[in-house]
Design a protein around this ligand. Structure first.
Ligand code: GLU
Length: 423
């Protein structure tokens, strides 16, 4: 099924999933169909070798990637992921979803993503720093404040961004705060950035519920993944009157029909590193998570979680995609058949990159906004983008995912057409 010689994805793999989403949008592109093949090819993909000396004196090599799927509407933008399952194919899909996400929200960016294939939990801080710095130096030939701006993603954070910013700046001979976003506040980071992805998930969830007449008070919410995205979204839902009835993370799955006490749960996770062993709920089998009756189910972990089989079990009214690519094409089809509303990743989790954009703008102007200003502007931008996507979905009678792709691909391909082919 691959259109490219260097990957061989299956239908439900990340790149296969993305290609199926592009196939679905094609009939709605009108004259821009002529340009659609652009979407099926990353503009540029860089594979780098990262050799470091480990604490025990031996030499280890890691494989790193940076893929710039599109630079048509502006610099590349997207996170960097540290995970043992990272592959070129996965990073390609994640970079393409950044193109769609940035265009769906109308941020002046293309789409990019990076990753290193390793398990950061098995390394000391010193080793993590060496891996991060060498990776940054290797991809330094294609990143930059005007070229491509990395940010945190799975298993990366403000500390990693600080090392990336420093390494890039040392090589450039001048401090370049705008080369990455998601930095610590004293290094040009933005207030509200850490919570922004989870906050965006909540805001888009709230907007969806309002349109579907699902009351927030007492709404049943389940969350898969309790990292930066899932935990903050859960906290905001609970603070607005919803009940968090099930949570799954890498340590296990817990259930409480009455809703968890969020302060206790967050405290437990901060102390023990996961939800397992939490006294305020019952442990259930991991696969039984998909049977829990909910109003809103939030997959906020990795790709490919909602398979065809799991989609048949899901008892939710709304699937709110906090993760990137959590639903496979086969899973998506089953959810659509069963009348379960899917709010796609490219708008549901766009809060993170939206505040990254604010951070980048603040770095350029060296003028910083209050947290309140950030949150108000975030809410306004993603709510407006969601409204446009919702109306597009009603107009063409298509899923919210295909509607988001219509909005985004139209913007990207109009820019493509207007710029013309070089040479
Ligand atoms: N990694 C986040 C995402 O998947 C944020 C990317 C960014 O801020 O550039 O959207």
């Amino acid at each position: 099924m691959s259109n490219l010689s260097f990957v061989s994805p299956s239908r439900n793999s990340p790149w296969g999933t993305y290609l199926a989403q592009i196939d679905a949008v094609e009939p709605y592109l009108g004259r821009l169909q002529r340009w659609v093949e652009t979407m099926r090819r990353p503009k540029r993909a860089l594979i780098v070798d990262i050799p470091i000396e480990l604490d025990n004196g031996s030499i280890a090599h890691f494989e790193g990637y940076r893929v710039q799927h599109s630079l048509t509407r502006g610099p590349g933008k997207g996170g960097v992921r540290y995970h043992p399952d990272v592959t070129l194919e996965e990073v390609m899909a994640l970079s393409a979803w950044m193109t769609i996400k940035n265009a769906a929200v109308n941020l002046p960016y293309g789409g990019a993503k990076g990753g290193i294939r390793f398990d950061p939990k098995l390394h000391s801080m010193k080793e993590l720093e060496k891996i991060t710095r060498r990776y940054t130096s290797e991809i330094g030939i294609i990143i930059g404040p005007q070229q491509d701006i990395p940010a945190p993603d799975v298993n990366t954070n403000g500390q990693i961004m600080a090392w990336m910013m420093d390494t890039y700046s040392m090589n450039a001979g001048a401090t370049a705060t705008g080369v990455v976003t998601g930095k610590p506040i004293p290094l040009g980071g933005s207030l509200g950035r850490v919570a922004a992805t989870g906050r965006g998930v909540f805001v888009i969830g709230r907007e969806t519920m309002r349109r579907m007449n699902v009351p927030m008070e007492g709404a049943r919410v389940a969350v898969q993944g309790f990292g930066n995205v899932g935990s903050i979204a859960a906290k905001l839902f609970a603070a607005s009157g919803a009940k968090i009835v099930a949570v799954q993370d890498h340590t296990g799955t817990i259930l409480n029909e009455q809703g968890f006490d969020m302060a206790d749960l967050l405290d437990h996770v901060a102390k023990t590193g996961g939800v397992a062993g939490f006294k305020g709920g019952d442990k259930i089998d991991n696969e039984d998570f998909w049977d829990v009756k909910t109003d809103v189910l939030i997959p906020a972990a990795l790709e490919g979680q909602i398979t065809q089989a799991r989609a048949q079990r899901i008892k939710a009214r709304i699937v709110l995609e906090g993760a990137n690519g959590p639903t496979t094409p086969d899973g998506d089809a089953v959810l659509a058949d069963r009348g379960i509303r899917v709010v796609p990743d490219v708008i549901a989790n766009a809060g993170g990159v939206t505040v990254s954009y604010f951070e980048w703008v603040q770095d350029f102007s060296s003028f910083f906004w209050t947290e309140d200003e950030i949150n108000v502007r975030l809410d306004k931008i993603i709510t407006g983008a969601f409204k446009h996507i919702w109306e597009t979905s009603e107009q063409h009678r298509i899923s919210l995912r295909t509607a988001a792709f219509v909005v985004a691909c139209t913007r990207v391909l109009e820019a493509r057409e207007e710029r013309g082919l070089y040479p």
